[in-house]
Design a binder for this molecule. Structure first.
Ligand SMILES: Nc1nc2c(c(=O)[nH]1)N[C@H]1C(S)=C(S)[C@@H](COP(=O)(O)OP(=O)(O)OC[C@H]3O[C@@H](n4cnc5c(=O)[nH]c(N)nc54)[C@H](O)[C@@H]3O)O[C@H]1N2
Ligand SMILES: Nc1nc2c(c(=O)[nH]1)N[C@H]1C(S)=C(S)[C@@H](COP(=O)(O)OP(=O)(O)OC[C@H]3O[C@@H](n4cnc5c(=O)[nH]c(N)nc54)[C@H](O)[C@@H]3O)O[C@H]1N2
Ligand code: SF4
Ligand SMILES: [Mo]
Length: 727
């Protein structure tokens, strides 16, 4: 038996923890935190530590599969599958045009290799189809969209630069690690040690809320009302940063008029929180000096994500929570191209963030700053006519379980002429596919933390606090006798077999595009050299990639220091806190009414043991199903005991779930994770598989009108004991 330990990067979630991987006889045997790491300090979570099972589980796909005429699957050499897919895709494009091909990219597409995102763009550009859908528009699309209405400060926010206050709205970094990368407790401990304050707005007393100085536990879906109430306090009490506002902001009078009706009493009534807390929260936030406000998925999924994110930007802007000329940028991004890093103390005025590019055929949806609305994907497949989608290539995601309106999405995927799923297991989407391509796992591939490095460009309150960069080589080979392939290599080979030429842009494709950069024309006759691709993807990085590669455990790259530059002479851009579209949407919040007959609200959440869809329902992960967490008083009111199966019914569908008692949940809400359960119509054992909350959502019902994102949290539901046959 030979054992060795190699440093690497965990790529199970977006925290990208530096780890040490014990490899015994060529097999991943143990994953632990790298204690020598100055930022993560040896931190890992249970998902990271139990990922060994991904490498060894008998359920892992080691060979690609093809669906036979009788509906069963047979193994097929991956290269043969690629040849057959190429032929079919070419036929579909010839017959129905390039728009008949769509691609779906999931979280593992974005995570396992920094080459994937750019390769997807290269592939779809070569096919000639604009229809690339990702999870971005069913996650927090309000973030980039709101910047369009508000404008963007061209230097970083004060997010992790020693803030004196952090306002977290529906965001639970202790479980999700969405926040400052690293060990979640370190950030909050540091904040408290400096005398900084934490304000949390969440209908559940989450792991994060328990550490808050002030926790507001409102009705879900009332975040815009609450934030408007806080803005009103700040404006009427004169708590804003007058100098910053005078120099850099427009629209303050319009905002003042718009928030006038949101008195503490009105807000208290709608959101069901103490009026006093709204006032106190506003005062703490505004008087702290330095700080930031950030939202997570909860409020973004309440069908008004753009408005909520806009109001958060307004809060930070009124309080002047942006870096100023001369400030040192602590996290100057190492891997992201230097040319696109914000470093100037001036305002980029509002810009169009939707209404351009590809026009979808439903609900007036268009391309957006967050990408193409994924909520329209099922309709684009089902709606006959010019441009109808006939083939979907799905990489690193699980649309049959994760895209809201599961009933419609599954019907759509079943109706395709061709569905290709790149996966590590027989996920619900794989079960519907014509070809399942067996994928490599992260430790079998080189990687970098480019995706994490990029996060601060995406939004405030996410990413690293220091200039940290990390490259890992592949540290194990795929299992003996297996026939697995990297997602990017699959796309490259497929394009080659289709006779297409790929041009690969550096960085993250459409997500970060460097003006004027040239694509690398790939040799389509042979597999690319992965080192060459990595060099190219990191072209222009602030720290040369060759330097980053020299540090097997990653390194801090504080030098040369970056300081915020003063405003360009003659620059007149201003941030807009009075956008008329946003303020009209805000006004409508006061009269928003809910349907009768659905006394509960289903709210979204993450579970500690899984990353979205469960991977291999192994006992170690204790994640065989997704419980419906209810307040004990609600359980009693329903006549249900913990462990009983309940039916949860929306105006779209009904699911069953195992009830759990949880007094951290706000009464009247049911907190349940997504992405579980099997395919509709197939008899499911809820205690083994869990159930799919996406089934309760209609993709053309209540939605954010810019991103198309349907209401995926705060869903009106009715709960009853489950019918006897479903218990
Ligand atoms: N109702 C509801 N719906 C939601 C959400 C919600 O809160 N509520 N959240 C939304 C959000 S934020 C997101 S990001 C999406 C997530 O949606 P997806 O990205 O589609 O889901 P994941 O579960 O992250 O991706 C899982 C797929 O990747 C496969 N996989 C796992 N590891 C690997 C790997 O290393 N390589 C490859 N190639 N494949 C791998 C899994 O087997 C699975 O099929 O769901 C969204 N949907
Ligand atoms: N362990 C684990 N980690 C994960 C994931 C996972 O599945 N498991 N998924 C990853 C993904 S894809 C993402 S996008 C991130 C998400 O990261 P986060 O956004 O931090 O995700 P959650 O932990 O679900 O936190 C969302 C919070 O919103 C609250 N909430 C629900 N509805 C509302 C509302 O209307 N208003 C307010 N104010 N709050 C509301 C919920 O109670 C919950 O506490 O996590 C990532 N990390
Ligand atoms: S927090 Fe994320 S990156 Fe870190 S060990 Fe857990 S799964 Fe891996
Ligand atoms: Mo997500």
């Amino acid at each position: 038996m030979t054992t060795r330990t190699s440093p690497s990067i965990c790529r199970v979630c977006m925290n990208f923890c530096p780890v040490e991987v014990e490899v015994t006889d060529g097999v991943v045997a143990r994953v632990s935190g790298d204690r020598s790491n100055p930022i993560y300090r040896g931190y890992t979570c249970v998902k990271g530590r139990t990922q060994t099972t991904r490498y060894t589980s008998p359920s892992r796909l080691l060979h690609s599969l093809v669906r036979r005429a009788d509906g069963t699957f047979a193994p097929i050499p991956t290269d043969e599958a690629i040849g057959a897919i190429a032929e079919k895709l070419t036929g579909i494009v010839d017959r129905f045009g390039p728009r008949s091909v769509a691609l779906f990219g999931g979280t593992y597409m974005a995570m396992d290799s920094p080459v994937n995102l750019s390769m997807i763009d290269a592939f779809m550009t070569a096919v000639g189809s604009p229809l690339t859908f990702t999870t971005s528009t069913i996650d927090q699309p309000g973030k980039p969209l709101a910047k369009g209405f508000h404008g963007a400060w061209m230097a970083p926010s004060q997010a992790f630069d020693d803030p004196d206050v952090a306002l977290l709205v529906g965001n639970n970094p202790f479980v999700s690690h969405q926040g400052r990368n690293g060990a979640p407790a370190d950030f909050f401990r540091g904040l408290a040690a400096r005398g900084g304050r934490l304000i949390v707005i969440d209908p559940r007393r989450t792991e994060t809320a328990k550490r808050a100085d002030l926790h507001l536990q409102p009705r879900p879906g009332e975040d815009a009302t609450l934030l408007a109430g806080m803005l009103r306090v700040i404006l009427t009490e004169g708590l804003s940063d007058a100098e910053f506002v005078a120099e850099n902001v427009t629209g303050a009078d319009a905002l003042r008029a718009a928030v006038e009706p949101f008195t503490p009493e009105v807000v208290a009534e709608r959101a069901d929180v103490p009026a006093e807390d709204v006032v106190v929260a506003a005062r703490i936030f505004a008087l702290a000096g330095r700080g930031y406000a950030a939202a997570g998925t909860g409020p973004n999924m309440s069908a008004k994500g753009t408005l909520v994110e806009y109001l958060l930007l307004c809060l930070d802007t009124l309080c002047g929570h942006w870096m100023r000329a001369g400030d040192r940028v602590r996290n100057a991004l190492s891997l992201v191209p230097a040319a696109i890093q914000p470093d100037t103390a001036q305002a980029l005025p509002p810009f169009p963030a939707y209404g351009f590019g590809e026009q979808l055929r439903v609900r007036g949806l268009t391309m957006t700053a967050a990408g193409l609305p994924t909520a329209a994907m099922a309709d684009e497949i089902l709606l006959p006519g010019e441009g109808q989608v006939r083939a979907v290539v799905s990489v690193g995601g699980n649309p049959a379980a994760c895209v809201p309106d599961q009933l419609k999405m599954v019907e759509a995927l079943r109706s395709l002429d061709l569905l290709v799923q790149v996966d590590i297991q027989m996920s619900p989407t794989a079960a519907l596919a014509d070809y399942v391509i067996a994928s490599t796992l992260p430790f079998e591939m080189p990687g970098t933390n480019l995706m994490v490095d990029f996060l601060p460009l995406y939004a405030n309150g996410v990413g690293l606090s220091e200039s940290w960069a990390h490259y890992t080589p592949a540290i194990v080979d795929p299992p003996d006798g297996s026939d697995v392939i990297e997602q990017w290599r699959f796309l490259h080979r497929l394009a080659g077999r289709m006779g297409l030429q790929l041009g690969l842009y550096p960085a993250l494709g459409e997500v970060i595009h460097i003006e004027g950069s040239e694509p690398l024309q790939l040799d389509m006759t042979r597999d690319p050299d992965v080192d060459e691709l990595f060099e190219h993807i990191h072209t222009g990085s602030r720290i040369p990639f060759s330097e980053i590669r020299r540090h097997p455990r990653g390194a801090l790259f504080p030098d040369p220091p970056v300081h915020v530059r003063p405003r360009d002479p003659g620059w007149e851009g201003r941030l807009d806190v009075g956008n008329p579209i946003m303020l009209t949407d805000l006004r409508d919040e006061l009269t928003a009414a809910e349907p009768d007959g659905y006394p509960f609200r289903l709210i979204s959440r993450r579970l500690t043991h899984v990353m979205n869809a469960p991977t291999f329902a192994v006992p170690e992960t204790r994640a065989r199903h997704n419980p419906a967490f209810l307040h004990p008083a609600d359980l009693a009111g329903l006549g249900v005991e913990a462990g009983d199966v309940v039916e949860i019914r929306s105006d779209r569908a009904a699911i069953v779930a195992v009830a759990e008692a949880d007094d951290t949940v706000r009464p009247g809400t049911v907190s349940i994770a997504h992405a579980f359960g099997g395919l509709p119509g197939e008899e499911e054992d809820v205690r083994e598989l869990g159930s799919n909350t996406g089934r309760l959502v209609a993709d053309d019902g209540v939605h954010d009108r810019f991103s198309g994102q349907p209401r995926m949290s705060n869903i009106p539901v009715r709960i009853t004991p489950a019918p006897a046959e479903r218990r």
